[in-house]
Design a protein around this ligand. Structure first.
Ligand SMILES: [Zn+2]
Length: 470
């Protein structure tokens, strides 16, 4: 028998009390706020996972100050009010692993083997400059904002240009400068990214939107000494470390042969396995690796769609989540997963883990929405600030169109979000209390101008590819 979440159940949920300011009385003046969102179908993702069918969210100084029924709005005054008219309002989604600037290369050589070494590294070596990184990042961030992503965890070159783009659009970023054992577009010397990253981190310390990070590319693309230096720098300045971990069969085989260790054990021996690390992929991890990742409190970026496309395997992310690890969702770069929104990942995450376990019960829709919001916040150790609609948290939230085809009928909002909704159902995106997109219109940038620049860059890329890359 199919069991649906009944209206009766919903009304029970709705009557539950929520944190709210004291009731208004005649002599109490209206409290000031910056933004009021009212008549919203709230998906709070708070501890009780409350749903409020006619709710309000009040925002002041970039934070949520109150969440409750629509009547709450009458206690506040603000220069801007959004009447959601029944639209779904939920926490913004967190993309825990991406390379936004690679939008410029999207669609190139998608189906060729050994693409990283044969195509991607030569493309980057020949073509990347500040301009390409900046415009590529803008284009990528536009796609994320349009798709309901409010925090992007990015690693690339010229990461200060990525930061500039993020600030311009108004998206929150944890941004890591890439460090590799060969010369890169922004560092003519091998490992030059380390010095670059140090400078970048100093420049963006204390930025409200940008958290600077270190991005050692992978265990196989740096040597022991430099990985240790990364660990030291991260500890000294409390910088997050973003890294591809246990992604490649080669990586696992080589470390087994040379050191008799798994990638996770190897990183642990170098002091990199700790709460500052966000490990992307983790496809080839053993049960004892999972226990070690948990003991060290490492964040995991699960990139299901990119992993399907590369045919590398299904990461045991479900097992990691069940073991209590901090698992969030990522898209990887647009050459890997090709899209940058998280909402489009949700159905794949649910269905592939179900298929993998041969059990339709293992990945309920609520759990998938948790991974996309709170899970991402936990992977970044930012759950105090991000991931749910609760007083005190940063005001990163999105509004989805309840009149969109996918949302009618609406029996179970989590199910609709995971199995039916898509990025185009996102109407409005608010980040750090600022309305970045409203009713599908970007307010901080002209996307058509960005597309014009992207096309010009693509012409340059085409010519370089035609001339032959080395
Ligand atoms: Zn990646």
């Amino acid at each position: 028998m199919i069991t649906l979440r009944s209206p009766f159940f919903l009304s029970l949920v709705l009557t539950a009390g929520l944190a709210a300011p004291p009731a208004r009385s005649a002599e109490v003046a209206l409290q000031s706020a910056d933004l009021i969102i009212t008549h919203a179908h709230l998906v709070t993702m708070n501890e009780r996972r409350d749903l409020i069918e006619d709710g309000a969210v009040i925002i002041r100084d970039a934070r949520i100050i109150a969440v409750g029924s629509a009547a709450l709005a009458a206690q506040f005054t603000a220069p801007k009010t959004i009447d959601a008219r029944g639209d779904i309002v939920m926490p913004g989604m967190i993309n825990t692993h991406t390379h936004a600037s690679m939008t410029v290369f999207r669609g190139l050589g998608d189906d060729v083997p050994d693409r990283l070494r044969r195509l991607i590294f030569p493309l980057e070596k020949n073509l990347i400059d500040r301009e390409l990184v900046y415009w590529g990042a803008l284009h990528g961030f536009i796609e994320m904002v349009e798709g309901g992503v409010t925090t992007a965890v990015d690693m690339y070159y010229f990461e200060d240009e990525v930061a500039r783009a993020a600030q311009q659009i108004g998206i929150r970023g944890v941004l890591g400068e890439s460090i590799l054992n060969f010369p890169t577009p922004d560092s003519p010397e091998p490992y030059g990214g380390l010095a670059y990253a140090k400078k970048f981190a100093a420049a963006y310390r204390n930025d409200p939107l940008i958290t600077p990070a270190l991005a050692p590319h992978a265990p196989y693309s740096l040597d022991v000494d430099h990985l240790r230096q990364v660990a030291q720098l991260s500890a000294e300045f409390d910088l997050p470390v973003l890294m591809h971990v246990a992604e490649m069969p080669d990586e696992v085989a080589t470390l087994r042969k040379e050191r008799n260790q798994t990638p996770v054990e190897y990183l642990d021996s170098l002091g990199l396995l700790n709460r500052r690390l966000v490990a992307a992929h983790c496809i080839f991890v053993t049960d004892s690796d999972i226990a070690l990742l948990k003991a060290r409190d490492v964040g995991i970026a699960h990139n299901m769609v990119a992993n399907i496309k590369s045919a590398k395997g299904v990461s045991p992310a479900l097992k990691m989540a069940e073991a209590g690890l901090r698992v969030g969702l990522g898209t990887d770069g647009p050459m890997s997963g090709n899209t940058l929104d998280i909402i489009g990942q949700l159905g794949y995450v649910a269905k592939l883990h179900k298929l993998d376990r041969k059990d339709r019960n293992v990945m309920p829709a609520l759990k998938v929405v948790e991974l996309a919001t709170l899970g991402g916040a936990r992977a970044l150790h930012r759950e105090k600030d991000l991931g749910s609609l609760e007083p005190g948290k940063l005001a990163d939230l999105i509004i989805l169109d309840h009149e969109s085809t996918a949302f009618v009928p609406l029996f179970d909002v989590y199910s609709t979000l995971v199995y039916a909704a898509g990025p185009k159902d996102v109407k409005t995106t608010i980040i750090h209390g600022r309305v970045v997109m409203q009713d599908r219109k970007l307010l901080t940038i002209d996307p058509a101008a960005v597309r014009t620049r992207l096309r010009a860059i693509a012409t340059r890329i085409n010519a370089a590819v035609a001339a032959g890359l080395k």
